[in-house]
Design a protein around this ligand. Structure first.
Ligand SMILES: Cc1cc2nc3c(=O)[nH]c(=O)nc-3n(C[C@H](O)[C@H](O)[C@H](O)COP(=O)(O)OP(=O)(O)OC[C@H]3O[C@@H](n4cnc5c(N)ncnc54)[C@H](O)[C@@H]3O)c2cc1C
Length: 446
């Protein structure tokens, strides 16, 4: 119990590691670079508006996180959203309720031929069973990831499936494109779409991290600059910058930051591990919160914008559908997530330029929208979401085997180990905590 443990990063992965270590009787210290906790699962509270800065949904198939939410007694704050979704094409709005077969059959955005293709695709995805489990892939999974989603769809289906179904899915769920992700990633996501109950937290997604922090020693504004050690088994010297620069020594370290950051802060990683971490690709993401006068209750919760019509906006979320307390009466809040191309192009641009570009497109969707603006806030995520290009899973799988038991007394957690989702980060956080507890109980530190 006296083991000195450091956790790097207070996202959901690092916090779930910390919580489970604390429950087992340890007292880890969590170092966080930013002034807030939760990373990509965090919320801002501005003038009565509650803004999700990154993750904005909590789907029903996040089973482990769901059970944990009950353990934390936060289930009363879970709010089931209406799950309405619209796609805009050539100035027309096409609405559908996610998971509704009836709505799908009446859906006018896709031609009858396209619908037949989609049903075939959906049945194919169902028939693949466990092969579509990206976290526990089988030999069949590796076969399915040999081509990109766009190559596969263009070769076998109408182009509308690529542009009107696959693109919005990748844009919304992977913050990427069908060109940069595999056929497997597409089928795995499609399979889940028919049983899609979506929840959010009444007071913002940041409720979970804010609750987890209680009782934990979390040091914000404390970026870890370097982790060095004489032996790969530790002890590890952790050099901290920020408000209170310091160097502290730990028996074990759990690194729960996006993987490409790891080689920048951990000294003397084996070369193959270093190469692997650096090669994990994330798409960047810009999120803009737009608070406006007037209500938009008729708007769908999730609005997908096609790249054939829109250059900047990817997914537009109306936050009034995510909880009872999120938006003051008579006002509306929109969370606009830019598409990958625009996030890349505008990442280093000024806030005014980014908001201006987004508002131009919002005005084409909802005329006069920008005249009602109360305030805007911009959030930039350099590591927005993990991409799963063809052949990636096989590589990930072999490397993950090597780091499954940690490297010396260094352990890893976070979405970079599999794919971006709250469930993956939560699960990998618990896995890291359990590995560490097992090791200490069995061997102690030598
Ligand atoms: C716009 C957007 C929308 C999303 N929507 C959803 C969704 O609806 N549902 C869903 O399931 N998932 C969604 N995701 C993905 C999900 O948010 C992430 O997969 C998950 O939150 C990652 O958690 P994490 O703890 O692994 O990483 P992070 O949240 O990135 O946490 C890592 C932490 O490490 C800190 N850090 C980095 N470097 C250092 C350092 N040197 N020293 C100290 N600290 C450091 C960071 O500041 C950060 O707080 C979305 C992501 C984005 C960007």
């Amino acid at each position: 119990m006296d083991a000195k443990i450091a956790i790097i990063g207070a996202g959901i992965a690092g916090l779930s590691t910390g919580y489970h270590l604390m429950k087992a009787g340890f007292s880890p210290i969590i170092f966080e670079r930013e002034s807030f906790v939760g990373g990509r699962m965090s919320s801002d509270h501005v003038d009565g508006f509650i803004i999700d800065k990154g993750a904005y949904t909590f789907p029903e198939f996040h089973k482990n996180l769901g059970r944990f939410v009950v353990e934390l007694k936060l289930d009363n704050s879970l709010f089931q959203t209406p799950g309405t979704s619209s796609t805009f094409s050539r100035g027309e709005e096409y609405q559908i309720k996610i998971g509704s077969v009836r709505d799908f059959l009446r859906y006018k955005l896709i031609s009858t031929n396209g619908k037949k293709g989609l049903i075939k695709l959906f049945l194919y995805a169902q028939s693949l069973g466990k092969a579509l489990d990206i976290v526990n892939p089988t030999q069949k999974s590796f076969e399915l990831e040999k081509e990109s989603a766009s190559e596969y769809l263009l070769e076998n289906y109408e182009e509308e499936i690529l542009e009107k179904i696959a693109y919005p899915i990748f844009c919304e769920i992977f913050l990427g494109t069908p060109e940069n992700n595999s056929k497997l990633a597409f089928l795995a996501t499609l399979k889940n779409l028919m049983r899609f109950k979506i929840f959010a937290f009444d007071y913002g997604m940041g409720m979970v991290p804010e609750r987890l922090v209680k009782g934990l020693d979390v040091r914000t504004n404390s970026p870890v600059l370097k982790i060095s050690s004489r032996s790969y088994r530790g002890p590890y010297e952790v050099h901290i910058g920020g408000d209170n620069p310091d160097s502290l020594v730990f028996d074990a370290v759990v690194v729960s930051v996006p993987l490409p950051i790891v080689p920048k802060i951990v000294d003397n990683l084996p070369q193959d591990l270093e190469q692997y971490f650096l090669s994990v690709t994330y798409s960047p993401s810009i999120v803009i919160a737009l608070a406006v006068e007037g209500e938009f209750n008729h708007a769908s919760m999730i609005n997908n914008l096609l790249r054939t019509d829109f250059d900047v906006l990817g997914t537009v979320v109306f936050d009034c559908h995510k909880g009872r307390s999120r938006v003051p009466q008579g006002k509306a809040l929109v969370t606009a997530i830019l598409c990958e191309k625009a996030s890349q192009a505008l990442f280093n641009e000024s806030e005014d330029r980014i908001v201006g570009e987004a508002l131009k497109e919002m005005d084409t969707l909802f005329p006069g929208f920008s005249n009602k603006l109360i305030f805007s806030k911009t959030y930039r995520w350099e590591h927005g979401a993990v991409q799963l290009p063809p052949g990636w899973l096989l590589r990930q799988h072999s490397s993950n085997k090597a780091i499954e038991n940690g490297f010396g007394n260094l352990y890893f957690a976070g979405d970079g180990l599999h794919k971006s989702s709250l469930e993956v980060s939560f699960n990998t956080g618990i896995r890291a905590a359990n590995q560490l507890i097992k090791k200490i109980r069995k061997e102690g530190f030598s």
